[in-house]
Design a protein around this ligand. Structure first.
Ligand SMILES: NC(=O)c1ccc[n+]([C@@H]2O[C@H](COP(=O)([O-])OP(=O)(O)OC[C@H]3O[C@@H](n4cnc5c(N)ncnc54)[C@H](OP(=O)(O)O)[C@@H]3O)[C@@H](O)[C@H]2O)c1
Length: 251
């Protein structure tokens, strides 16, 4: 398999995105990093350039809910690095409240705009570049929560991740055996800013460990995968058949 040298990561200012940037930099890859908090991205880029002098790291401020900006920034990154070999559509928001409790604008809509329309824009912009290059690897970050609807604060988030999983699969089916590869990743619980705000899950793993598994999986370029593989390749399919009372208890 050809090495994907130039990697674009959205949502690289914290959590999984920032750690993927660190671990890909250690593998000698060039990086295009974006998020809304540019100060954080620039600081990370500075550190990575210092630690790995052979690599190129370029940065941009990007709010993925600004669709036009997504296309502009992706093209600027492509022009700056010469080509983009892999896009990791990772930016995501985990804000949510039970529906009907007054949080449409303040939480649920923001989550859906980021994780659904924002993700669609990222995939469109990535695919335009890949189709022009006749090569590329799109990685869609969904979640194990794509498996089932979820109660309480997770309802809109889980629905948005079901969209992500379906979108990734749909793009992959359309591409068939063509030159553009598509992987949908469904992470379980990995430490990040997002999971720090949620009730502690006993199956959570450190950012470093979770992302190590994500990177190994991304490099294999499977159609889709649960990460970390253990225990999620066993637990996630069980979510599909779990009774309602159990889901209400564990989610
Ligand atoms: N951690 C887990 O256990 C887990 C499990 C399943 C799936 N995921 C998914 O993994 C991805 C990364 O999440 P995380 O856990 O690393 O959480 P995180 O630490 O909160 O990181 C989320 C990232 O997304 C960016 N982001 C949020 N809204 C954005 C917007 N409108 N435009 C651009 N960037 C935006 C944030 O950057 P700015 O705020 O600077 O814009 C940040 O860099 C998400 O898609 C999440 O749903 C995580």
């Amino acid at each position: 398999m050809t090495e994907r040298k130039n990697i674009l990561i959205t949502g690289a200012s914290s959590g999984l995105g920032a750690e993927m940037a660190r671990q890909f930099a250690a593998k000698g890859r060039n990086l295009a990093l974006c998020a809304r908090r540019l100060d954080r991205i620039d600081e990370l880029a500075e550190t990575l350039r210092g630690e790995h002098p052979g690599i190129q790291v370029v940065t941009r401020k990007l709010d993925v809910t600004d669709s036009e900006a997504v296309f502009t920034v992706f093209r600027e990154f492509r022009d700056e690095l010469g080509r983009i070999d892999r896009v990791i559509a990772n930016a995501g928001l985990g804000k949510g409240q039970p529906l009907g409790t007054g949080y449409f604008e303040r939480a649920n809509k923001q989550t859906v705009q980021t994780n659904v329309v924002g993700l669609l824009a990222q995939c469109e912009a990535a695919m335009e570049i890949f189709l022009e290059q006749q090569a590329g690897h799109l990685v869609v970050i969904a979640s194990v929560l794509a498996q089932r609807g979820a109660p309480r604060t997770l309802t809109a988030y889980a629905a948005s991740k079901a969209f992500a999983a379906s979108l990734g699969e749909g793009i992959r089916l359309h591409q068939g055996s063509g030159p553009v590869k598509v992987t949908t990743l469904k992470p379980g619980y990995i430490e990040s800013e997002m999971t720090a705000r949620a009730p502690k899950n006993p199956l959570i793993v450190s950012t470093e460990k979770g992302v190590r598994d994500m990177i190994a999986t991304i490099e294999r370029e499977p159609k889709s995968a649960f990460v970390p593989r253990w225990p999620w390749s066993v637990v996630a399919p069980m979510l599909r058949i779990a009774p309602d009372w159990l889901l209400r208890k564990v989610m």
